[in-house]
Design a protein around this ligand. Structure first.
Ligand SMILES: [Zn+2]
Length: 154
């Protein structure tokens, strides 16, 4: 499968700030497209996929259009998700699981990093439990937690 990714200038800047390569992006989109493990916003033709590559989990938000994939954003976290995922409320989000056609709900996800576990808010499919961390959580909460835990160990 050839994944042709369209990356606009401002998104390119985000990628370099976050240390995410175009190869990472392509790999995550390919994973989402081939496995069907992705979620989407029906009103916006936007998909979110994730993949663990090396020691981090990478996320891409993209729109398929005429055989190409326009990237809206990409982010990553080094903490790893632990099972089981706890669904905290029946509060649904606008995201829909591509495989189950179910609306994702808010969840509590145990995230492990350097042997320490911290709970983080996530979104999960109530049926298959496919779970995602949203960009604002990865960019704020998890980045802070990761650097604190790194300092603690140092
Ligand atoms: Zn599902």
């Amino acid at each position: 499968m050839v994944i042709e990714v369209v990356i606009l200038k401002d998104v390119e800047k985000t990628l370099s700030e976050r240390g995410i390569s175009v190869d990472n992006v392509r790999e995550v989109i390919e994973h989402g497209e081939t496995t069907g493990e992705k979620i989407y916003l029906p009103a916006e033709n936007k998909f979110l996929a994730k993949k663990v590559i090396g020691k981090a989990t990478f996320y891409t938000m993209y729109s398929p259009l005429e055989g190409k994939f326009t990237l809206h954003s990409a982010y990553a976290h080094r903490m790893s998700m632990k099972e089981p995922i706890t669904i905290v409320t029946a509060e649904t989000t606008d995201w829909v699981c591509y495989k189950c056609n179910e609306k994702l709900v808010r969840s509590n996800i145990d995230m492990e990093y350097l042997g320490i576990t911290r709970a983080a808010p996530g979104i999960s499919c109530p049926k298959c439990k496919l779970s995602f961390i949203e960009e604002y959580v990865a960019g704020k909460t998890l980045v802070v937690a990761e650097s604190l835990l790194e300092k603690k160990r140092a």
